[in-house]
Design a protein around this ligand. Sequence first.
Ligand SMILES: NC(=O)C1=CN([C@@H]2O[C@H](COP(=O)(O)OP(=O)(O)OC[C@H]3O[C@@H](n4cnc5c(N)ncnc54)[C@H](OP(=O)(O)O)[C@@H]3O)[C@@H](O)[C@H]2O)C=CC1
Ligand SMILES: O=C1Nc2ccccc2C1=O
Length: 600
Amino acid sequence: MVTPTNNTKTYTLNNGTVIPAVGLGTWQASEEGAAYNAVKVALQNNYRHIDTAAIYGNEEEVGKGIKDSGVPREEIFVTTKLWNADHRDPASALDASLAKLGLDYVDLYLIHWPVSWKAGTNDNETDWDYVDTYKELQKLVGSGKVKAIGVSNFTKKKLERLLADPEVTVKPAVNQIEAHPLLPQPELYDYLKKNDILLESYSPLGSTDAPLLKNATVQEIAKKNGVEPAALLISWAVQRDAVVLPKSVTDARVIANLKTFTIPDEDFDALNHLAEKVGTTRPNTFSEFIVADEEELASPSYNNAASPPPSPVTGSYTTNNPTISSANDFFKPGSWAPKVDLSSAFNPFMTQLSGAINENDQVRERQYTGGDTLDEPVWVTLKRDLAQIGKRLVIVLWPLRLKKLARLQQGRLIDFAASNGISIPQSIISSRRISVDENTRDDEGNGGGDFNTAMMENNLTWDLWGPLLFSLTYSVTLGLTAAGGNLANSVFSGSFAFTWLLYLAIGLNIQLLGGSVSFLSAISALGYSMFPIVIGGLICALVVHWWVLRLPLMIIMTIWSVYVSALSLECSGVLPGRVVLAIYPVCLLYTLMSWLVVIT
Ligand SMILES: NC(=O)C1=CN([C@@H]2O[C@H](COP(=O)(O)OP(=O)(O)OC[C@H]3O[C@@H](n4cnc5c(N)ncnc54)[C@H](OP(=O)(O)O)[C@@H]3O)[C@@H](O)[C@H]2O)C=CC1
Ligand SMILES: O=C1Nc2ccccc2C1=O
């Protein structure tokens, strides 16, 4: 039994600045007064390090909390971050942050993400990237407004590219990344150590609602040592010589989170190995956008990376979250294909596969696309919903990228099956695996488009607007073209009810076949993939009246719809081999729907 005590550890950054090991995180301290209170309570209870960012929208409150805490400014280490849309003009962005904070300087100024957006937008810059941004940041060093500069969410590859630039003369002092026992990032950890760049661990408790506190191993080790799981996770980060940034707006938790203890070697070792357990997953949905470039994921060193000291690990580090690569994969600025984030449109995929899913993931999976729409103008909600429908339609109309994603997902499912003793015929394995060439891409010159709108919209798991719109359009078209006006009503209601009943049945079937996609996501994907049939129906109703022409047109549309829904099923966690069972009723449904179009 140990009693955690206030942590006073500090590190010296590569430019000589001293930074306290434990800092207060402030993302999502967004309710009025929350950040102010948390910062004030923290500082009055011995914290000396506060982490904020321009995008958190709470710099004013943070500044006021600092001022009202009564702690002298020079005793406090304050970090803020440059937002993606301000990459071309960090000097002005820094001035704006300082004005809000009410400070003359910040101790650390970070590039929040290695992604440059055009000012005031979420669109990627095409002739500017994070290296250009960093060079602008370097100019701030002599201004007296920043003590140190650094980066956040940079992969090893991006850091290598940054450091290789001859005009980069100031080494980043830190790289702030997601890091905890389920995401130790061993290769990046080693790289940062070697290059004297301090690792700052964000989301040490697993982020929103602290899902890592429910992890069985974490609970077991915490219990054994007589400490709270939060204290264990925070202590683990410090013990591996990283900064750690737990966030809380609850007074008692803020105070508790500064208290750490020395984890016995054996337990520290167990935590270092936790992520190697097959099936361990990253707890967050947003984390998929940040860690690995495609090459890093593909590289054996990523999958067999060294574990943090003091106990080197020889096993493999695995993550089952396929969207880590897919987000990178499908945002490819400058590419000729539509710039659409497929991962967010067909998102839930396979985090559940491992059985290691926690409650929090499940709740997120079932969240409605639009988030909380009650507090915003109707027009904003409507615009977002329309954009969402448009985005998904592009995916349906351009299924080639969905195909690539499907192959990646199926490849990972095969790996999962292999490591869990589920046998899959060799023929299916070879037809489903993506080739290495297909799976790699050149990241150079890429302004970091792997983030883009996805970050803001990363919970886009399902919506029923499209299915509703298309089933209505289909039923209205059929009703209006049905022989004799008096039949219109019955045909409309009959086909509408029929379509939805089958959706529900197929959605259920996908669940029974072990798909990790939620029920509503399945219906959403089905509804959207019906789009070609709806278009075919409209064309038939408006211009093509002769069945000899209708038939081939509707055959093509049916194949198209079936193809798209098969791909989304492949993405949905249904094991290879079972996809046929899932697609069979979909085939029947679409064929029937098309047949009705041909004959009415
Ligand atoms: N650079 C970047 O891109 C990012 C940086 N960050 C930084 O890292 C900080 C921390 O990460 P964050 O994602 O916020 O998540 P954390 O892992 O710090 O977890 C925060 C959650 O844990 C809860 N919590 C905190 N302490 C306890 C406790 N002792 N017991 C139980 N629950 C607890 C909080 O609830 P409550 O507040 O209600 O108490 C909150 O729901 C951020 O605030 C931000 O400053 C985070 C993400 C990305
Ligand atoms: O600081 C951050 N917290 C986040 C959570 C979700 C997505 C992005 C971010 C940040 O940039």
